[in-house]
Design a protein around this ligand. Structure first.
Ligand SMILES: Cc1cn([C@H]2C[C@H](O)[C@@H](COP(=O)(O)OP(=O)(O)OP(=O)(O)O)O2)c(=O)[nH]c1=O
Length: 189
């Protein structure tokens, strides 16, 4: 089996290699805009599948190849927070998240020549209150700018995250146990 990670995310690359997988990386480009009425599972599942299919369709040799795409979104009060577009957007996202719980959903899509599978996982994350100065200082580090919900649990936001329910890897961008289960299912089916 040849595994291809269809992602430019260094977090996904690190999580997959720490889990012991060998893989190549090929990235594609897709439109990430939300569609009316899509919930986090529907939205991230569609995007994960589109990322994997875009790369799979461009392959010359597809024998025994599995392409993995993933997408992560943060949701609070029924609103999805993707990656911030600018500093003000990042500060606004962090204001919305502080002092309460929110959900982080990552979907994983595996696409092969004659079979495919998509699955989603959700983790609940509890954020302690941040002061306006703490929010500005954190955003000024630049770290929030390429992260869904404008924070990194594995980075500067860690001091404010007191508790999570569910998978930690899922928040960072790739639930590796789910990937393992999906690959096992696909390889025997
Ligand atoms: C909530 C959270 C998200 N993130 C990251 C994971 C994802 O990289 C990013 C969400 O954006 P995505 O659009 O899911 O992924 P991406 O654009 O970074 O990479 P690609 O589409 O090429 O696979 O936010 C963290 O690193 N830590 C966190 O705590």
């Amino acid at each position: 089996m040849k595994l291809i990670l269809a992602s430019a995310s260094p977090r996904r690359r690190d999580l997959l290699s720490q889990a012991g997988f060998e893989f190549a990386i090929i990235t594609g480009d897709i439109d990430e805009s939300q569609r009316e009425g899509e919930n986090p599972v529907a939205y991230t599942s569609r995007l994960a599948a589109e990322k994997a299919i875009a790369v799979f369709d461009a392959l010359v040799e597809t024998d025994d190849v599995f392409v993995l795409g993933a997408d992560t979104t943060v949701a609070v009060d029924g609103v999805m927070l993707g990656k911030p577009v600018d500093v003000a957007d990042a500060e606004y996202m962090l204001y919305r998240l502080q002092g309460r719980a929110h959900s982080v959903t990552t979907s994983v899509a595996l696409v092969a020549a004659k079979k495919s599978l998509v699955a989603a996982e959700t983790t609940h994350v509890f954020f302690e209150p941040m002061s306006p100065d703490e929010i500005s200082a954190y955003v000024a580090t630049g770290e929030p700018m390429d992260k869904a919900g404008a924070y990194a649990i594995q980075g500067g936001a860690a001091p404010w995250i007191t508790r999570i329910e569910g998978s930690y890897d899922n928040v960072v961008g790739l639930p590796v146990n789910l990937v393992r289960e999906m690959l096992a299912k696909l390889e025997v089916s």
